[in-house]
Design a protein. Sequence first.
Length: 125
Amino acid sequence: MARSRKRPRRLVAGDETFLWVVAHNHRDEQGRPRECRETLRLRRSGARGRLLIVFQEGPGRLLAHSGAVGAGGLWLNLHEPGTVRALLDEATLRGWDSDDPLTAHLDGWDLFTAVAPPLTAQARP
């Protein structure tokens, strides 16, 4: 099966430009079958580093197969630039270096706990 290529979207954060892609898959990096997961891939334009934020299916953790992830009555839409920016900011606070040549893998649910409540509160009238 051919691997689909999604066109990266641009996100401007301060003086930096980041490229990001959301994907839903059922295979790991080696092509082996696995549980459902949503992934957000980020990189700073011109930098070597990559960030892979993974939301793995599990008890109490919901994936809507459309880029939406939820837990505890809260939801994030991974296709929304504000959500991506909040996840990027949280990953940076936790030490992600966009110039590190290695790909950093983060558990999206760890970031979800910090990001979802403030974003949900902002969305309410």
